[in-house]
Design a protein around this ligand. Structure first.
Ligand code: GLY
Length: 346
């Protein structure tokens, strides 16, 4: 059985990985330009707690299920490809600068408790014990020990080593593919191929570089009402993200977007101002009307689709990939994807 996967980003390649793990050999990945995907811009937060949203309970179940799969997924990807992907389990810190920011963090802590996510409130002093370079006026926050991180660029590099065929072509008409099974996993491109309501949501971010890491944990901060996240890498890189903008497929980086990120970043972690600015980027999250992905077998066109992962593509990759691989091979999956059917949008 030949399998064609449209989309060579993190979702498409993770599906290829789970198919290879299950012994499939005849796999082609179609992508004209894999550098355009959201994965190369993503910071790599695996945050079922800090990315949990109000009113998104069903999505949270899939986030938790996928997080449960991440340790084994990371281990298996590294073992099969011989490429380290920098999977880290230090946890996320919620950090509030002002009293108003603290009130917002308290509201989030209550929500995470009710959602059954592990969360430990921390004083400003306790936060600075964990991260001594946080600003002295940081009020307080919390620790989400169940949130992890991975380096998406390393993950993509690893998945590109898979024994599959890569065809650098744009698929604009699914009927031109000869494969027995076709999987559509090309993010915002899935809209044109399937008619599903997947739209781009722009995110700008910065990559900074220093000799030593300024942080050990991922920080999800609120400073004077402005949200920011800081994702440290062991080599001294610090990723500062991300805006969320409804601007269609616009990938421009703007001064205002960067200011919105740098101001709260430097308020919470003053050492940010000393770092070298190595890259500014804008990526396009593939988003749906309810912020949850579509993972489903369609009748028309006759494909399996896995797209629309919005802010959580990297986190949701293991569960999505396993669900799709099981559907291809066994005709069904034990992972509960009933809430992610395409029909909910018709
Ligand atoms: N998961 C973080 C983001 O989408 O910006």
């Amino acid at each position: 059985m030949s399998i064609g996967i449209v989309g060579g980003g993190i979702i498409g390649l993770s599906i290829a990985f789970e198919l290879v793990e299950r012994g499939r050999t005849d796999i082609t990945v179609y992508d004209r330009d894999p550098t355009q995907g959201a994965g190369l811009v993503a910071a790599g937060m695996l945050a079922p707690t800090a990315e949990a949203g109000f009113g998104e309970e069903v999505l949270q179940d899939l986030m938790s299920e996928s997080m449960r799969r991440w340790p084994s997924f990371a281990e298996r990807v590294e073992a099969r490809t011989g490429t380290p992907i920098a999977y880290r389990t230090d946890g996320t810190l919620l950090v509030a600068l002002t009293a108003d920011d603290q009130a917002e963090v308290d509201r989030l802590i209550g929500f995470y408790h009710r959602a059954g996510r592990p969360i430990e409130p921390l004083s400003g002093r306790a936060l600075r014990e964990l991260e001594p370079l946080l600003a002295p006026r940081v009020r307080g926050g919390a620790r989400a020990p169940g949130d992890h991180q991975v380096d998406p660029r390393r993950l993509l590099r690893a998945l590109r080593m898979l024994p599959v065929r890569f065809e650098a072509r744009d698929v604009v008409d699914l009927s031109t593919l000869q494969d027995d099974v076709i999987i559509v996993a090309n993010g915002i491109g899935a809209a044109a191929l399937t008619g599903l309501p997947v739209r781009p949501v722009k995110g700008q971010l910065l990559r900074l570089r220093g000799a030593e890491p300024l942080l050990r944990h991922v920080v999800r901060g609120i400073a004077a009402g402005r949200d920011v996240y800081l994702v440290p890498r062991a080599d001294g890189e610090l990723i500062v993200g991300a805006t969320e903008e409804e601007r269609g497929a616009d990938r421009t980086v703007t001064a205002g977007g960067l200011l919105d990120l740098l101001r709260p970043a430097a308020d919470l972690l003053p050492g940010v101002a000393e770092l070298v600015l190595s890259e500014t980027l804008a990526g396009l999250r593939p988003s749906t009307p309810d912020n949850a992905p579509v993972i489903d077998r369609l009748e028309s066109p006759p494909v399996i689709v896995a797209a629309g992962h919005h802010r959580n593509g990297v986190l949701l990759a293991p569960a999505t990939a396993a669900a799709v691989a099981e559907t291809v091979i066994d005709g069904a999956t034990n992972i509960d994807i009933t809430a992610f059917r395409a029909g909910r949008f018709t």
